[in-house]
Design a binder for this molecule. Structure first.
Ligand code: NAG
Ligand code: NAG
Length: 340
């Protein structure tokens, strides 16, 4: 495995978005100048699209929360983001974890911008009105579908510009661009139709529908599956340009929707604060699971402590007319296992 130090740096790169997520409102052009970690082209975009920047910030927040949710039971739990030393060095390693972080970030930005468009918060965009009229299935399109095209285009220009400015031929830039796009594809392939019924007492005489983005949880879940099946790639000259191809020729080529990575990951077992790896000491594990959340794997074979803890729960809940529920507090003893 590669040293954790390299890994961390590569995972940290898109967290300029994380920094963005923690600033207050971005309402003046000067704020764009002060945002840490943005490159010059992004500062320009920020100034020209001030009203969109709050959605970018919200998208970054969504991405971080979703990453932590999806990885809550794994050794790397996506929490190496805050309070870590900043490495100035640009590293070329790109791991699976970095692939996921890039994908979920660009998806988060596309998602939040799209939502802001449909909710009427932004002057530059609104609903997608190209889907209208009566559908072949006989329902009426509402004429206000989620404008995913705008969200995706914004994410492409704002998020991808970092890679394009590096010269899109470095392996790492190719990897990031691919995974950024895979993140946005995860929204596009899960778009759905939502409807509302109108008519006497809930009958569905008239149905109006619109195209909507999926819940972000579903996007996170889809990308987590792509993470598990990610393809290790290497750069190869194809004609006059470079492309990433599977390292193992026996694997089927990846699609636009798959995640790709260049380097294997470290095992994340031991703490190395200077590198920002927290290790798994103290993590809660599942004694009976054979998967990565099980004590054996999560604790890297070091064993675990068991403690009895009291859990406060609501119990004996009764419904009172009308309308509230009254419960008692009960204490329950449970065993809690934590890694040594
Ligand atoms: C991730 O794991 C570390 C310990 O390794 C723990 O301190 C932290 O709270 C965890 N973060 C989340 C979001 O679960
Ligand atoms: C622990 O793992 C077992 C087996 O995978 C599972 O059935 C159980 O729900 C898990 N317990 C918790 C608290 O997650």
């Amino acid at each position: 495995p590669i040293p954790a130090k390299c890994l961390l740096t590569s995972v940290r790169v898109p967290w300029y978005l994380a920094k963005l997520s923690s600033v207050g409102s971005i309402s003046e052009e000067e704020t764009c100048e002060k945002l840490k970690g943005l490159i010059q082209r992004q500062v320009q975009m920020c100034k020209r699209n001030l009203e969109v920047m709050d959605s970018v910030r919200r998208g970054a927040q969504l991405a971080i929360e979703e990453c932590q949710y999806q990885f809550r039971n794994r050794r790397w739990n996506c929490s190496t983001l805050d309070s870590l030393p900043v490495f100035g060095k640009v590293v070329t390693q790109g791991t699976r974890e970095a692939a996921f972080v890039y994908a979920i970030s660009s998806a988060g930005v596309a998602f939040a911008v799209t939502r802001a468009c449909s909710s009427g918060e932004l002057e530059k965009c609104g609903c997608d009105r190209t889907v209208h009229g009566v559908s072949p299935q006989g329902f009426q399109w509402s004429g206000c579908s989620d404008n995913i095209a705008y969200g995706v285009a914004f994410s492409q220009s704002f998020v991808d510009v970092r890679e394009r400015s590096k010269g899109a031929s470095s392996s790492r830039a190719l990897m990031n661009l691919h995974n950024n796009e895979a993140g946005r594809k995860a929204i596009l392939t899960h778009m759905r139709v939502e409807c509302k019924c109108h008519g006497v007492s809930g009958s569905c005489e008239v149905k109006t529908c619109w195209r909507a983005v999926p819940p972000f949880r579903q996007v996170g879940h889809a990308l987590k599956e792509k993470f598990d099946g990610a393809t290790e790639v290497e750069p190869r000259r194809v004609g006059s340009s470079r492309a990433l191809v599977p390292r193992n020729a026996q694997f089927k080529p990846h699609t636009d929707e798959d995640l790709v990575y260049l380097e294997p990951s470290p095992d994340f077992c031991e703490q190395d604060i200077r590198s920002g790896v927290l290790g798994t000491r103290g993590r809660t594990c599942n004694k009976t699971s054979k998967a990565i959340d099980g004590c054996e794997l999560l604790c890297c074979g070091r064993g675990f402590h068991t403690a009895q803890v009291e859990l406060a729960e609501r119990c004996s809940c009764k419904f009172h007319w009308c309308c509230f529920v009254k419960c008692r507090q009960c204490q329950r003893l449970v065993e809690l296992h934590t890694c040594r």
